[in-house]
Design a protein around this ligand. Structure first.
Ligand code: NDP
Ligand code: 8X3
Length: 250
């Protein structure tokens, strides 16, 4: 059955791969992000497979988020699948020298942004008594690693929100689940290290990291389970990674 999926952070990495994978399954898409060119390029690529609508907003701005979702054209207004993916790490510093701007960005985007989008989408799912929410957490939401402090706090919050959503929506026929990836090669480290591409590249050297497509496959797996099956919480690591701090590099 054709569904409509809204994916945040669809301009890059995991979100972009998820959009392609869900389009390949025949689902119509609402792709979100701040980068207009990347949204348009993806819409053009997928537009001959499925119906695609682009929404440009910064998840930090609740009025923007709400307006964009409330004003969706009729054919995209019924959202079956919400992939809460937008997010990043900003910096990797000890807590006593951390940058307040970085802290604000991580809390505002990864936590508050996810909540704003959910707040705009969940009521219609609750009213219809159907829907599927997939929250992209992280291994950093399960463990804390050196200098990961506030990013880790933001992803622990996502872990708690995922559980809270599942509890509060219980009985409404809405599935809520999280994917918590380890190291995935995306634009993530470029953002964390503020464009220091050498440092970003080195994060993924000496072992085989996960690809965004690996995570997109799991999203497809989750949405293609029968309606009575909810994949609630998954930790997904590269084989070379045993924990946040144990990584086997050749
Ligand atoms: P990317 O940097 O490749 O993608 C991040 C996406 O988030 C982009 O599409 C970006 O879009 C969007 N985004 C960032 N800030 C905002 C904002 N303020 N408003 C709207 N959209 C925003 O990284 P990933 O694909 O790796 O990250 C996706 C998710 O996966 C994140 O939640 C991340 O924490 C999580 N994750 C990543 C892991 C990894 O190793 N890569 C591991 C575990 C979890 P735009 O810039 O156009 O706004
Ligand atoms: C992204 C993975 O280990 O950099 O969430 O926190 S990690």
């Amino acid at each position: 059955m054709t569904k409509t999926a809204l994916i945040t952070g669809a301009t890059s990495g995991i979100g972009r791969a998820a959009a392609k994978a869900l389009a390949a399954e025949g689902h119509n898409l609402i792709i979100c992000g701040r980068r207009k060119d990347a949204l348009e390029e993806l819409a053009e690529e997928l537009g001959n497979q499925v119906n695609v609508h682009t929404l440009r907003f910064d998840v930090r701005h609740k009025e923007e988020v709400n307006k964009a979702i409330q004003e969706l054209p009729q054919e995209f207004s019924h959202i079956d699948i919400l992939v809460n993916n937008a997010g990043n790490a900003h910096g990797l510093d000890p807590i006593h020298t951390g940058d307040l701007e970085d802290w604000d960005a991580m809390i505002d985007i990864n936590v508050k942004g996810l909540l704003y989008v959910s707040n705009a989408v969940l009521p219609q799912m609750a009213e219809r008594k159907s829907g599927h929410i997939i929250n992209i957490g992280s291994i950093a939401g399960k463990e804390v690693y050196p200098n990961g402090n506030v990013y880790s706090a933001s992803k622990h919050a996502v872990d708690a929100i995922n559980k809270g959503m599942r509890i509060d929506l219980n009985g409404l026929g809405i599935r809520v689940g999280a994917i918590n990836p380890g190291l995935v090669e995306t634009g993530f480290s470029d953002v964390r290290f503020k464009g220091d591409s050498e440092r970003a590249k080195s994060v993924y050297e000496g072992y085989q990291p996960l690809t965004p497509e690996d995570i997109a496959d799991i999203i497809v797996f989750m949405v293609t389970r029968p309606p009575h099956v909810n994949v609630a919480d998954l930790l997904v690591l590269p084989t070379a990674q045993a924990s946040s701090t144990i990584l086997h590099k050749e």
